[in-house]
Design a protein around this ligand. Structure first.
Ligand code: SER
Length: 585
């Protein structure tokens, strides 16, 4: 049985529309580097925007969790994973969601209902206990003993600190060969969570205040790796059909066995990282290895893979990595067509970065020798370890290993501390960079900011009022503007939009701003992308009576300053989202 196919078909039969996975970089959330959950690309629709495919959706989303690469190497953590999800956008709610989940698990995945337990939200001051979910479960044959009522930390789901959220009900499967206990014990790890159904009916602001959303949604998430391990009865994800051929290939090129505990961890890391590398470099976002943001993660993944391949004594300069990447491309192309389109790019990225790393590795080894020749003690201090890490891309383990060979010690603790400080610094720097989602405040960028508001207003007028901004990005060369729209713009529509923006420019309209509370701003009808991202006091920019938007600015004083507006390109960005690239001449 193909789990993804079965899941998707099941929900298509229940009236859901299949939507392809969004890209690996979240379009709507400049604060995270990668998409981490299936709901992330759907936030605007959970908040009430109309999705062009309707109110019932099903998908499998490419997700990443890259905060802690050191966690990779055990039997169940992955940097890249796939999340199956079905969604109700103000359509069905708890009863249907729970009923269908149980139907899929017991009728299609053939799971014995007696091996299932669930948790529901126990309630707190302003949110009632989720008796509704519990009674649906009971009506379907789950006994009271198998229902645990848990607090917010377990059964209330939100991505990050603010946004759409709600109580959830989680489904657990008894993985052990021991007889299934009558009563569910949430602390017994033999009960493994396989599915999470979130009932997103609230919105939480940055202060933690909760208010009802305009619609009640369902957001479910099921990790493909986890459910596969459960259905194939494996207690090690890498022994499932997902990884089997990849691990065999690594065994072949290294002439070592996965079951030899000396090599298991390295093989898991290589398998996990190569798959993540393929998914990042094969995404249409065209991420390349670099020293910042997503590119830095990609670079680290490639370098770690090479390091662990060296540990397994794989011939680094052979095509072992190309073979592995090709297997992964073929395996995943069915759901992620972009991998086929970007095959050459993926292989090129691997090749180029390998060459670069080999070079830095040599330089680093020379530096290491130099450092160790001049040591006053038998310890490599934290600053030197950090220099090797930062400038020469030496992971701490490499330094430790080399030190051992030279009878030296390494100040690992000191390094970790320094590393943490460095991470915090760069996190703050990237938070600053992403502020407002727009780069640079130069004169030309300022003009583009204002042009964005005019374009937004023109699209609403020419297409319809349901057009909403979904993202934007500005450089000194051009502006990029993403908006919700269910069709490719016709030439006539593009011309009308262009003409309208230019008309407003020629009319030399004043751009004014006013500071007010977030609530007042919303009441005044001001447009905004994601209200939760704004502070309590916001600036509302108005362009005559054409446009009124919450915005951090900066803007020109008068539209007359903008010059001539020209659309260079209009294309699809993701499902139901179009993208315009435009310039000011
Ligand atoms: N948002 C929930 C999760 O990621 C359900 O999809 O677990």
């Amino acid at each position: 049985m193909d789990i993804k196919d079965t899941y998707i078909k099941f929900f298509e039969n229940k009236g859901h529309k299949y939507i392809p996975s969004s890209g690996v970089i979240p379009e709507n959330d400049p604060t995270s580097l990668f998409t981490t959950a299936g709901m992330q690309p759907l936030v605007p629709y959970l908040m009430g925007a109309k999705h062009p495919e309707g109110t019932r959706l099903v998908d499998v989303q490419k997700c990443f969790r890259t905060n802690d690469l050191d966690a990779i190497g055990d039997k169940c953590h992955h940097t890249f994973f796939e999340m199956l999800g079905n969604w109700s956008l103000g359509d069905y709610f708890k009863k249907e969601s729970i009923t269908w989940s149980l139907e899929l698990l017991t009728k299609k995945f053939n799971i014995d209902i007696n091996k299932l337990a669930v948790t529901v939200f126990e309630g707190e001051k302003n949110i009632p206990r989720d008796d509704e979910s519990a009674s649906v479960w009971k009506s379907l044959g789950i006994s009271e003993d198998r229902i645990s009522y848990l607090d917010r930390s377990n059964n209330f789901w939100i991505a990050g600190n603010s946004g759409p959220c709600g109580p959830d009900t989680e489904i657990f499967y008894w993985t052990s060969d021991e007889p299934v206990p009558k009563k569910h014990d949430p602390n017994d790890e033999r009960w493994v969570e396989i599915w999470n159904n979130v009932f997103m009916q609230y919105y939480m602001d940055e202060k933690g205040n909760i208010s009802p959303l305009s619609q009640k949604n369902v957001d479910t998430g099921m990790g493909v790796e986890r459910i596969t391990a459960v259905l194939e009865k494996k207690d090690d994800n890498y022994k499932t059909s997902i990884w089997k051929d990849i691990i065999s290939q690594i065994e072949e090129v290294s002439h070592k066995s996965y079951d030899d505990p000396k090599y298991t961890k390295a093989m898991r890391i290589i398998a996990d990282h190569i798959r993540a590398i393929v998914m990042i470099s094969g995404d249409d976002a065209k991420i390349k290895p670099s020293n910042t943001d997503q590119g830095y993660i990609l670079r680290r993944l490639i370098r770690r893979t090479i390091r662990y391949a060296k540990k397994l004594e794989i011939d680094i300069n052979s095509d072992w990595d190309i073979k592995l990447a090709s297997m992964i491309i073929d395996k995943y192309a069915k759901y992620y067509n972009e991998l086929i389109r970007n095959r050459e790019t993926i292989l090129e990225v691997l090749k180029t970065e390998k060459t670069k790393f080999n070079r830095t590795l040599e330089k680093g080894l020379r530096e290491f020798e130099k450092i160790t020749r001049h040591l006053d003690e038998d310890m490599i201090n934290k600053d030197l370890v950090f220099r090797l890490y930062d400038t020469y891309g030496f992971p701490i383990e490499l330094t430790e290993e080399l030190a051992l060979e030279n009878n030296l010690k390494v100040d690992t603790e000191g390094f970790k501390q320094k590393f943490k400080e460095h991470q915090e610094k760069s996190r703050t720097a990237s938070a600053g960079k992403f502020k407002g989602g727009l780069a640079g405040d130069g004169v030309i960028e300022t003009k583009y900011h204002t042009a964005t508001h005019l374009l937004n207003a023109a699209l609403k007028e020419v297409i319809n009022k349901d057009v909403h901004q979904m993202g934007s990005n500005i450089t000194a060369e051009r502006m990029r503007f993403d908006f919700s729209c269910d069709h490719k713009l016709t030439d006539e529509e593009k011309m009308k939009v262009e003409a309208l923006v230019n008309k407003w420019i020629e009319e030399k309209i004043d751009v004014t701003n006013e500071i007010m509370s977030k609530e007042e701003a919303l009441k005044s009808g001001a447009e905004c992308m994601f209200i939760e991202k704004y502070p309590d006091e916001v600036t509302v920019y108005s362009i005559g009576n054409i446009s009124k938007e919450l915005c951090g600015g900066p803007h020109v004083k008068n539209t007359g300053e903008l010059g001539h507006f020209k659309i260079k390109k209009e294309e699809a960005s993701s499902a139901g989202v179009r993208r315009i690239k435009a310039i000011l001449e």
